[in-house]
Design a protein around this ligand. Sequence first.
Ligand SMILES: Cc1cc2nc3c(=O)[nH]c(=O)nc-3n(C[C@H](O)[C@H](O)[C@H](O)COP(=O)(O)O)c2cc1C
Length: 249
Amino acid sequence: MDDIQNILKNRRTIRSYADKDVDNDLLNNILEMGCRASTTGNMQVYSIVVTKDNDKKKELAPCHFNQPMITSAPVVLTFCADFNRFNKWCLAREAVPGYDNFLSFFTAAIDALLVAQTVCVAAESAGLGICYLGTTTYTADKIIEVLKLPRGVVPVTTVTLGWPADRPEQVDRLPLDAVVHKEEYNDYSTETIDLFYKEKEERADSKQFVVENNKKTLAQVFTDIRYSRKDNEHFSGVLLQVLKNQDFL
Ligand SMILES: Cc1cc2nc3c(=O)[nH]c(=O)nc-3n(C[C@H](O)[C@H](O)[C@H](O)COP(=O)(O)O)c2cc1C
């Protein structure tokens, strides 16, 4: 318990990796622990694609906007919502699957994310460093091509995995009171928003971020640059088309 508490309290995302392989026994052990995560109806409606081959990583890199972790990490894991395997089992057993709909995609995406996070904790407990890549949902159409994902399978997140080459400072979190509601949702007032975001806004790195991006507030860095309406709407269109192509809509 102590160990897991230390791991969870002290973790941080690792984006820089030593030039050292993660051996297959260790990787399999981590993946086995990950697959112990809770899963809807014990259906395991997910798949994990392991990429270790350098050429394949180079093919994946543009799908992740060339974030350097893709080619520098020894292991890239793509976690997919997957009803393909389950559908095939049903059809082979005189059972008619009804999983070509949005709810089933969401179910499978939840399963995939639970496995992903459990794999991450297992990896971190073995001393490895991880980084999630949110770019997966932006370019799911291209990842489907690179990884040859059949209908019924949609990539939902990617994790790079390797031995840490540095130990960056832990980044901030909002105070617990900002995210935990007791018994009922307690909506935020202007005063509580000010209070909960104060520490984040006053950090030197946040202030530098605002200046570097030529913005007035930290929130504007998110709305105008990092996660803009234009990008969100564009990539929503891509993802909706992927869900249609992969038989979920
Ligand atoms: C779904 C998801 C997507 C993420 N995508 C990226 C990414 O594309 N690139 C990156 O460098 N970090 C990415 N991260 C890592 C976050 O930036 C990081 O978890 C956050 O800044 C908090 O830092 P910490 O994990 O060190 O506490 C992602 C994290 C999550 C959960």
